[in-house]
Design a protein around this ligand. Structure first.
Ligand SMILES: NC(=O)c1ccc[n+]([C@@H]2O[C@H](COP(=O)([O-])OP(=O)(O)OC[C@H]3O[C@@H](n4cnc5c(N)ncnc54)[C@H](OP(=O)(O)O)[C@@H]3O)[C@@H](O)[C@H]2O)c1
Length: 435
């Protein structure tokens, strides 16, 4: 066997430590399977002395990520620092030095994917990013390899474990959003600052990566629609259940029917029928349903974060990078193509809707509201006037709305919210039927 392939690991935090340990543990297995020996040559951290005291070998540690780029024995750079500027600098410098890159940095890829893959192309050096979406779920390889012969009609993903845990606990234990979030934080499922998880942007970064990969153009951040779960109440969860639905934070990516046209990329809380398999994906688990024009429906399920699942994805990227070093190839991680090219504005996307209103308890209210909807050509599929302890002297009115455009429903909400019988801002949640 030839010399070992040298790996430079940038970061030894939650993910990096997992990569270090699992690569040592499964080094022989990887050698047998790949016919290549993988060796961690250098590890960059902010505080090397602390890591020496934890038992990591001093000989590999450095406080400068630049050392990974400058060391000729490092052939693959694994970026798990999770920074913005420094991670970007490291990735670009590694590509210029013709070192294959593996990264788990979804925020960086979402914001700088175009620049990173242009550098990959210019330097004819690959970038792998399986761990950036869905933790241990092999969705990136699935789209890049297994489904390469398919037009992707749609991708629906539960791709943020923290928000899925919160919504699951709100549903199972009737907890409020703040109580479920506090529980998730106490169990280590949510960061002390959970903003990116609950405001939908962590899922949005992942949705941007999946959409870019599926549709061959790097989706711009300002063209996608993102709404988090902060405004979901225990009452919404209960009413959704009564109507036969579950509420999930869903990343929805869809192509229009015709080639060469627009792609929808949106992340928002969504009512999904409880009979659909995604409705029973609970806790911190993730799942991604892909619909390809040749294969039909494919579902991937697993742990979307955590040390071991994430390092499993990174080990697979390291293996692929090692193979690519032996046998250079055309696919450098992202293939731009011209079949699609723009995102559909949220206003023209179509959906069914759940509306929850707080209204006066008197005759004529339903007629007034349905009058507004009727004038805008919006159909009601069912009405529920359930008991609710959140409405005080008023009553809750829940309406399920037939397919309408987002701008139609926004117009209706603007008009309904100023009716004197409507006592609070209406709550609207989109409904997905996976047809
Ligand atoms: N955690 C997950 O489950 C998960 C899942 C999927 C993807 N990811 C992604 O994986 C990446 C890493 O996440 P993590 O949770 O492992 O982060 P983390 O625990 O905060 O670890 C970051 C590591 O990077 C090192 N580091 C930071 N800045 C550095 C610099 N300028 N130079 C050298 N080393 C530096 C830190 O060194 P010190 O130890 O000395 O501070 C630390 O070891 C992120 O992009 C994240 O989005 C994480």
């Amino acid at each position: 066997m030839d010399h070992p392939i040298g790996i430079g690991l940038a970061g030894l935090g939650n993910v990096g430590a997992g990569v270090f340990q699992n690569l040592q543990r499964n080094r022989t297995l990887l050698r047998e399977r790949l016919g290549l020996d993988l060796l961690i040559q250098k590890v960059a951290v902010q505080n090397p002395a602390k890591r020496v005291s934890e038992g990591y070998p001093e000989s590999v540690l450095t406080g400068r990520w630049q050392d990974l780029v400058e060391d000729p024995a490092v052939q693959i750079v694994v970026e798990v620092m999770g920074r913005k500027d420094e991670s970007l600098q490291l990735i670009l410098a590694s590509l210029r030095a013709k070192k294959a890159v593996v990264t788990a940095n979804k925020a960086l890829l979402a914001e700088h994917g175009a620049e990173i893959f242009e550098a990959a192309q210019q330097n004819q050096t690959p970038v792998f990013y399986e761990a950036s979406v869905g933790g241990g779920i092999p969705i990136i390889k699935c789209l890049r390899e297994a489904l390469v012969g398919n037009h992707i009609a749609s991708i629906h993903g539960i791709i943020n474990g923290t928000s899925n845990y919160i919504l699951t606990r709100m549903s199972e234990a009737d907890l409020s959003f703040p109580d479920a979030l506090a529980e998730a934080q106490a169990l280590g499922y949510a960061e002390p600052d959970p903003s990116l998880d609950v405001n939908g942007w962590d899922a949005a970064h992942k949705a941007m990566i999946l959409a870019s990969l599926a549709y061959g153009f790097w989706v711009p951040k300002d063209q996608i629609f993102v709404e988090g779960i902060e405004a979901i109440t225990a009452a919404d969860i209960r009413f959704a259940k009564l109507l036969g639905y579950r509420i999930k934070l869903l990343g929805i990516i869809k192509a229009s029917e015709n080639e060469g046209s627009e792609v929808e990329v949106r992340v928002h809380p969504t009512l999904i029928p409880q009979s659909h398999v995604l409705a029973s994906v609970n806790g911190v688990f993730n799942a991604i349903a892909v619909h390809g024009d040749v294969v039909g429906e494919v579902l991937l399920y697993g742990r979307g974060a955590g040390q071991d699942p994430t390092s499993s994805a990174i080990l697979s990227d390291i293996a692929e990078a090692a193979n690519a070093l032996q046998h250079p190839r055309r696919d450098l991680g992202f293939s731009a193509h011209s079949l699609y090219g723009t995102c559909k504005p949220i206003g023209s996307t179509l959906s069914e809707y759940y509306l929850r209103l707080t209204v006066e308890d008197r005759p004529g209210v339903i007629a007034q509201i349905s009058g507004v909807l009727g004038e805008l050509q919006i159909g009601i599929s069912s009405i529920l006037q359930p008991e609710s302890d959140e409405e005080g002297a008023n009553v809750a009115l829940v309406m399920m709305i037939h397919t309408a455009s987002n701008s139609q429903i926004q117009q209706a909400l603007d008009r309904i919210s100023v009716l004197s019988c409507v006592k609070r801002a209406p709550r609207m949640i989109r409904v997905e039927h996976f047809s």
